[in-house]
Design a protein around this ligand. Structure first.
Ligand SMILES: C[S@@+](CC[C@H](N)C(=O)[O-])C[C@H]1O[C@@H](n2cnc3c(N)ncnc32)[C@H](O)[C@@H]1O
Length: 348
């Protein structure tokens, strides 16, 4: 049975910091993004807005689907190599995770770090505050020598806060092939931003999905149970909930298409008929013709040569890399070629 002061001890090991308003995240950012995306040709919506509370829960279900090999495969690589991945410092580095979600795979790294070092400061970053809080609470409960400082913020704002607060060696962690949501130039921008946040003793652990048979890829993003379809359609439901839209989601169809030329799986929401949708919170009335799509997500797939080029352009040098027996997924440990990364500003 827990002692009476257990909750306050736990509270002392857990802190959540919210970014609040900032130059890169105005309060009506979602409305502005919806307005811009649905007025463009072809229509688009940024995939970062998938992750409201409902979207984050659906993503957790996706991770357990038989077709979604990504989570299982990356987890097996972390299980096999976690101790090597976290090694190399005298005292534990601060573990900073971008897009931490439920932090479920990160537990492998946290456990290995706590077996290697006396204690650990873990800094998860996620725009989805609910999932961040829930996973942070579960982690401090599970690991008594763990301190958690979560940032409920976008990558850019949170990284600035992390560098300001933690003047110690860091291990940055970016899993789940979340990098794949970015077009190559945007990926270089984000990686460059990470590289510029790093000191020579810091490292980045980057998990990326590898290119493979299109049938395997398309099934991973269009499962038989229809969970990914619900995840994609939740974007329209979120517009209804938060911006007063009147999308009838049954009038849209989820599609996942592999683009061989661009090495990526695209997710689309395709209008089943000619229709008009009103979104008061975005000051928008938008017309759809039958078959017209909203492009909602890219998931780029990689090979070692593409990764090498991305790393080079962003100011990184590869130190080590691990893959599974079937070469489905790759986790690499990179160090920054300090001060040499190029950087231009896009929304991350
Ligand atoms: C594909 S999920 C991956 C979750 C987990 N890392 C994994 O590997 O299973 C992406 C996560 O990143 C978060 N996210 C997406 N874009 C973000 C951004 N620009 N800034 C901060 N968090 C973001 C989402 O809320 C979500 O939890």
């Amino acid at each position: 049975m827990p002692s009476e002061d257990a909750p306050s001890l736990r509270t002392r090991r857990l802190r959540i910091i919210e970014s609040g308003e900032s130059a890169s995240e105005p309060p009506n950012a979602f409305a502005l993004a919806v307005r811009a995306g649905l007025r463009s040709d072809p229509k688009t919506l940024p995939c970062r807005y998938f992750y409201d509370e409902q979207g984050s829960r659906l993503f957790e279900q996706i991770c357990d689907l038989p077709e979604y090999y990504l989570t299982r495969t990356e987890d097996s690589i972390l299980l096999d190599h976690a101790h090597t991945m976290v090694a190399g410092w005298i005292d534990a580095p601060v573990m900073v995770e971008l897009g931490s979600g439920s932090s479920s795979k990160t537990r492998r790294l946290i456990l290995a770090a706590l077996q290697t070092y006396r204690s650990l400061q873990y800094v998860p970053i996620d725009v989805s505050k609910t999932i961040l809080e829930e996973s942070a609470e579960a982690l401090v409960e599970e690991f008594p020598r763990l301190q958690v400082t979560g940032f409920a913020a976008n990558y850019r704002d949170a990284l600035a806060g992390v560098v300001e607060r933690f003047d110690r060696p860091k291990l940055f962690v970016f899993l789940g092939s979340s990098l794949g949501n970015y077009e190559p130039d945007q990926a270089v921008d984000l990686l460059s931003l990470i590289a510029r946040s790093m000191d020579p003793s810091d490292r980045l652990l980057l998990g990326t999905d590898l290119d493979k048979d299109p049938k395997i890829l398309e099934a991973a993003y269009d499962d038989a149970q229809g969970v990914t379809a619900r995840f994609n359609l939740n974007l329209l439901e979120r517009i209804n909930r938060e911006l007063g839209g009147n999308f009838a989601v049954e009038r849209f169809e989820h599609q996942a298409r592999y683009r061989n030329d661009l090495h990526r799986v695209e997710m689309h929401l395709v209008s089943r008929e000619d229709q008009e949708v009103v979104i008061p919170g975005a000051g928008l009335t938008v017309k759809f013709s039958e078959g017209e799509s909203i492009h909602s997500e890219n998931s780029h797939k990689y090979n070692p040569a593409i990764l090498d080029e991305l790393g080079n352009r962003s100011g990184f040098i590869e130190e080590d890399a691990w893959t599974d027996a079937d070469h489905r997924f790759r986790v690499q440990r990179w160090r920054s070629r300090s001060g040499q990364s190029s950087h231009s500003r896009t929304e991350v």
